[in-house]
Design a binder for this molecule. Sequence first.
Ligand code: NAP
Length: 312
Amino acid sequence: MKNNKIAVITGASSGIGKAFAQHFAETGYDLIITGRRIEKLSAIARQIREKSGVSVEIVLAELSVEEEVLNLINTIKSHNNVFVLVNNAGFGSGIEFCQNELSSHLQMVHTHVVASIELVYAVLPQMISRKEGIIINVSSLGAYMPAPGSSIYSATKLFLKSFSESLYMEVHKHGIKVQCLCPGFTHTEFHQHRADGQLAQGNKLLWMDTETVLETSIKAINKDKIICIPGMINKLLVGVSAILPRKLYYWLMQRSGKNARKALPAAEKGKDAGVPGFLNKINRFLMNCFPENIRPAIGQGLTQNNCSTKTF
Ligand SMILES: NC(=O)c1ccc[n+]([C@@H]2O[C@H](COP(=O)([O-])OP(=O)(O)OC[C@H]3O[C@@H](n4cnc5c(N)ncnc54)[C@H](OP(=O)(O)O)[C@@H]3O)[C@@H](O)[C@H]2O)c1
């Protein structure tokens, strides 16, 4: 590794993790990147080395397997100069609890929760002794909005939120920044791997690109904001779902699931099948608050992140 500072990014072979890797390389960090797909990681590492001139080390790791996490931790400890950790690797299922394999639930718990704990535990002593560091735990809007088909996903993402907040209170006195990043629908490979992945492709207003998510996260870190929810619509969704009577919320989310399943044949034919009904309804309600002629511009503005990022 050429430089002093290293950023460790898990799940950097695509999507949000790849965007974080490119960002930290451009700001001069050497990288340790992880994932399971060597071809993707090698291509990204090559691209980053050529563009930014930093060192990039690849550690192949299935993060639900203890030995592979330990191998990553040994690499981290051998360098002893990790300044940034992004716990980003993750996946969804979209399958109802009883219909999914128990092993798949446990794989998710280990990847989202156990590996994140172990990696934070490994980097903190280095960061505390230097009085400098950044830890970003990539959670999800799902932490605030449990839904059918997301029982373990939402629960593990809620863990990351709570973990990040407690951690912040403990370590900010040592000069360490902690962020819990809670993106909503983001264009990545994530939805291709979910059983209901193609259902959510319809409503453009609810979707963001990885660059916007990254930019919002970095701005929030610079302002020392702990919870980062990119996009005004996502913030509104969290706010509205929190004040709804819980039974009404459950009913709406269950209906959303049914609507989404009904929409599957349309989505398969490439039609605008739409997002789950509840999100669509809130989105339509919000847009109806504005005159018709300025709605498209507002929609664009809300999904691009020109709104401030607040701590919820
Ligand atoms: N996209 C969204 O709409 C959205 C919304 C909210 C939150 N998020 C969160 O954002 C994070 C990044 O997801 P993304 O949207 O960028 O999806 P993505 O493009 O599918 O990327 C997921 C990354 O995680 C890695 N990964 C997944 N499971 C893994 C495992 N068991 N062990 C090791 N690595 C694993 C993947 O690497 P390999 O496949 O190479 O192993 C890949 O690099 C996730 O934590 C996700 O929950 C995404």
